[in-house]
Each structure stands twice: as structure tokens, then as C-alpha cells.
Write a protein that binds this ligand. Structure first.
Ligand code: NAX
Ligand code: K
Length: 494
């Protein structure tokens, strides 16, 4: 069964590169391994390709490209290497790889605005050494790579993507496949990178695994297969009291749907009991839709008090609004000190009036909400999702689930986790309300806050992927409800 996957940052990779070069006695060996592994990967996936275009940059990523091109030449393929006028090989290793290519009879053309016709285009412009947004000339090269009909095979990183942050500071190559060298990069599992990377593969370059253990892990990716390791068991002699009582609070005037979805998701994720505290006008519709929910009219904090007492976990925010009603209920919830999840307008209320949160509170912001909590803007949050999630977790001493493509889970002093599941069909109103219910239900089943945040986000994403089999466009949050049940039971008993 696939487990979580260790992800590394570029600082760790640089350290590894140095140690590996020392161990090997010649740092060019690693580049040769990279270029050759890339050539084997190209052959494995595009065995019919005869015309190979290789676009090389000035650094060692370009060097990998020259090694690949030399291999392609030796195999008798038609090879066209090109680069920008200003991208002559700069590093000693790239110069060596370039010299080998020329010695083998290869020629390098300067990019004049168009790429040659090719069956595969190899992107070796920039790897982990990207330091700034590509300038206009480089952006034109990237645009030409993206515009062609040929599939793009990126070496190490789709050029223009920040391998640590997952952001695209200017323009970036959109690859069909990316072969990462040595380790998976932490940036390539979140944010804008996900729309550039295509199918991701790793070439470990025969490095001693002990070397890899000598550098710190920057993040952990949680793929679908990890879900079964984290979902709590359901003993055969258990009863509803063993699975906790979730209280969902929200649904101000005109916003009833959000709290219905939250409660339904909590029920479909295995909570023993689910209560809802909402406005009177939503009660009938909610009960008609979901009779298993215990629905309470709560117009004041006083009416909430007995419900809070009975709850094991509280989820507040979906459809809560930012008026007096929502504020009063949020204040009462914070004072109660129960295990807590804050979402949507509860987060906006917190941003407007910051205050201490109970230990292990879980926040589930989208980038806009995270930005409001940080006094920033969504573009800056998206420019470094890891940093934003960590800063928010530390500011409020809580667990943060930063939603969006490649959802991140962060907490103080913990290695961040990146959810390696989910799809753009989930970009629709109401999906976040489901996530609140899922996480609250799993918390009620006894998981610790940091683990429950990642497990819940993964369950939600995997259910989204199963539901998307019928089509991403037009997928609704309620389409995920039956899939939540299916995915929350990955090992049905015989
Ligand atoms: N780290 C490792 O262990 C290994 C690295 N290898 C390759 O080496 C790469 C890293 O090489 P480098 O450190 O030379 O970095 P890159 O080749 O990614 O790029 C660095 C070069 O590009 C320039 N540059 C950066 N951003 C630019 C921009 N926006 N516009 C114009 N020029 C820009 C820099 O000034 C520098 O000359 C990896 O991605 C990988 O492909 C492999 O050879 C195998 C082993
Ligand atoms: K590249």
C-alpha cells in the first residue's frame, strides 16, 4: 500500500548534490545519470518519437538537456537542440555536457521565435535554480514550447515553476510529464505547479538512501492510498457514543444550504450523532433532507449553551454570516473550549476581531480567508502556500488546512502535509462546507487534530476524485456524499 511520500526543498537537494558528488568523486556523473534517466523515460513513454527537440537553459538543467540530446543522437533520432542567445551554458557542468554533445556531432540553434516540428519537446530551460520571473524573451520561448502540438517532457521542474513554493512567478512550461531528479520537490504538489507538471515521475539517480536520510524532509505528500492507514477502526461491539457527537453551527438568514452540507458530510463520515444549530427558517428543509440530523433552532447564545455541553466537537462557520447572530454564537463557542473547527464566516469574524483559540483548533481557510487572517492578499498566499499556512498556524497556535489545488495542512513545529488528491471539479461553492463536516466527524471519532485535518482533507479529496469519474464539470458537493461513505470504508469487512 502506498504510504505518505517525503518531499524535499531545494536547499536539501543542493546539500545532497554536494554530498553525492563527493561520494562519487566526479559531480558530472550525477548529471550524466540525470540526462540518461531522462532519455530512458522519454523512450519508455514515447517509443515512436523520431524527432526530438531539446530546449536548453544556461544552468545545470540545460546540462541535463545536453546529456539527453547526446543520448538521442547516439540512438539515431533526429535531434534539434535550441536555446536563447543569452543562454549559452554557464556552469562548468553544463559546459561539459554541451561539449560532449558537440563532440558527438550535435549542433545548437538559437531560438528565433519558433520551435522545429518535433514528436516530443524536452524542456531543459530551468530546474530548481529559477531565481526570478522569466523575462520577455524567455517568456516567448516558454510560450512557443506551450503552443506547439508536441507533448512536452520537463526535466526536473517545468521551467518557470518555483520548485519550493509551487508558484509561477511569470510564465511557465505546461508539461505532459515531468521527471524529477533524486527527490520529489515540495513545491510541485501544490498551487499553480499542479497545472504545469503533468504526470510526475521520480528518477532517484542511484543515490545511496542513507544520503537522502541525511537531509531534512520539508513536507509529506498524502496520496489516496494513505487513507486506509489513518481512518479509525470501528470495533464490532461499538455504539453511537463511541463515534462522537458533532455540533454544526451556521446557516444565517438566506444561507441554509451550507450547514445542511456540513451536517450531511459529518453523518456520511461516520460521526455517531450530528446536531445542527441554525435559524428557525432552515429547520423544516434540513429535516426533510436529512432526518438523521438533530436540528435545533438557535437564535441566541443562551439557546446554544445546552447543545455545546452535549457536543464532543464543534464545527462553526458554514453560512454563519458576519452579523450579530454569528458573532454572538462564535463568542459562545470559543468560551466553551470544546474541540473546534472554524470555517468560512467564522474565519472572517476571527480576522475582524482576532482572539485566542482553544488548543488544537482547526481552521479551514481558502486562500482568500487565509489572506484576511494574515492581513495579506490571495495572490501573496498563493505565491507561497507553505509559508502562508505555517504563518497562520503559528499566529493562532492551531492546525490550518489551506484549501485549494494541493491542499496543505500545517501546525506549529510539525512537518506540513500536502494532499495529493482532488480535482478541479471540486472548485464549486459548498465543497468547503462538506470538508468542515468531514473533519469534524473524524475528530469526533478520536483522531488527534493534526492527523484528523490531513485525514479529513484526504478523504474529501479522494471522494471528489471518485465522484469526478462521472465528469468534473458540473460536479456538485452533494455528489460526494455517497462517495464519502464509500471512501471512508476502504477495507470493507468480508
Ligand atoms: N541537484 C542535483 O542533485 C542535481 C541537479 N541536476 C540539475 O541541475 C538543476 C539545477 O541546476 P542550476 O542550479 O544550474 O539551476 P538551473 O539550471 O535551474 O538554472 C540556473 C540558471 O538559470 C539562470 N536563471 C534562473 N532564473 C532565471 C530566469 N528567470 N531568467 C533567466 N535566467 C535565469 C541562473 O542565473 C542560472 O544561470 C536541477 O534542476 C537539475 O535539472 C542534475 O544534473 C542532477 C543532479
Ligand atoms: K525544466
Amino acid at each position: 500500500m502506498p504510504q505518505t511520500v517525503a518531499l524535499y526543498d531545494t536547499a536539501a537537494l543542493r546539500a545532497l548534490e554536494q554530498r553525492a558528488a563527493q561520494a562519487l568523486g566526479d559531480d558530472f556523473l550525477l548529471m550524466q545519470r540525470a540526462g540518461r534517466a531522462a532519455w530512458r523515460c522519454l523512450l519508455a513513454h514515447w517509443p515512436q518519437a523520431q524527432r526530438i527537440a531539446v530546449v536548453c537553459g544556461p544552468g545545470n538543467n540545460g546540462g541535463d538537456g545536453y546529456v539527453l540530446a547526446t543520448q538521442a543522437l547516439a540512438s539515431g533520432r533526429q535531434v534539434q537542440v535550441l536555446r536563447l542567445a543569452g543562454h549559452a551554458p554557464r556552469s562548468a557542468l553544463a559546459q561539459r555536457a554541451h561539449a560532449d554533445f558537440e563532440r558527438a556531432g550535435g549542433q545548437v540553434a538559437v531560438f528565433q521565435g519558433a520551435l522545429p516540428a518535433a514528436d516530443v519537446v524536452v524542456d531543459a530551460v530551468f530546474g530548481i535554480g529559477l531565481t526570478r520571473a522569466p523575462d520577455a524573451e524567455c517568456a516567448a520561448l516558454i510560450a512557443a514550447i506551450n503552443a506547439g502540438p508536441a507533448p512536452v517532457f520537463a526535466l526536473d521542474v517545468p521551467s518557470g515553476v518555483d520548485a519550493d513554493r509551487g508558484s509561477v512567478p511569470g510564465s511557465a512550461v505546461r508539461a505532459a510529464r515531468t521527471l524529477q531528479f533524486i527527490t520529489p520537490h515540495r513545491g510541485l504538489v501544490t498551487g499553480a505547479a499542479l497545472d504545469r507538471i503533468g504526470v510526475a515521475e521520480i528518477a532517484p539517480l542511484e543515490l545511496d538512501p542513507a544520503l537522502l536520510r541525511s537531509v531534512p524532509v520539508a513536507a509529506e505528500a498524502w496520496p489516496a492510498g494513505a487513507l486506509g492507514d489513518w481512518l479509525p477502526a470501528r470495533p464490532r461491539d461499538s455504539h453511537k457514543g463511541d463515534y462522537g457527537h458533532v455540533l454544526c453551527i451556521g446557516g444565517d438568514h438566506g444561507s441554509g444550504g451550507a450547514i445542511v452540507l456540513c451536517a450531511q458530510a459529518a453523518l456520511r463520515s461516520g460521526a455517531g450523532l450530528v446536531s445542527v444549530a441554525t435559524r428557525r427558517e432552515h429547520v423544516t428543509a434540513l429535516l426533510a433532507r436529512q432526518p438523521e440530523a438533530m436540528v435545533h433552532v438557535v437564535e441566541t447564545a443562551a439557546a446554544l449553551a445546552p447543545l455545546l455541553q452535549r457536543a464532543d466537537v464543534v464545527a462553526i462557520g458554514p453560512g454563519l454570516g458576519q452579523g450579530g447572530w454569528g458573532r454572538e454564537l462564535l463568542d459562545a463557542v470559543l468560551a466553551a473550549g470544546k474541540p473546534l473547527l472554524l470555517d468560512a464566516d467564522a474565519l472572517n469574524l476571527l480576522a475582524a476581531a482576532p482572539r485566542a483559540l482553544p488548543a488544537d483548533t482547526i481552521l479551514t481557510p481558502h486562500p482568500g480567508e487565509a489572506a484576511r487572517l494574515l492581513g495579506s492578499d490571495s495572490a501573496r498566499v498563493q505565491a507561497d502556500r507553505y509559508a502562508a499556512a505555517q504563518a497562520l498556524a503559528e499566529r493562532h497556535d492551531c492546525v490550518v488546512v489551506l484549501k485549494g489545488a494541493g491542499t496543505l495542512v500545517a501546525a506549529p513545529q510539525r512537518t506540513p502535509r500536502a494532499i495529493a488528491a482532488g480535482n478541479p471539479g471540486m472548485a464549486v461553492g459548498g465543497m468547503g462546507d462538506l470538508l468542515s463536516g468531514v473533519i469534524a466527524a473524524l475528530r469526533a471519532q478520536g483522531l488527534a487534530a493534526f492527523d484528523v485535518a490531513a485525514t479529513g482533507a484526504l478523504l474529501h479529496a479522494v471522494a471528489g476524485d471518485v465522484a469526478a469519474a462521472a465528469g468534473e464539470r458540473g460536479m456538485l458537493p452533494s455528489d460526494l456524499l455517497p462517495q464519502l461513505r464509500r471512501c471512508a470504508n476502504p477495507h470493507p469487512q468480508a
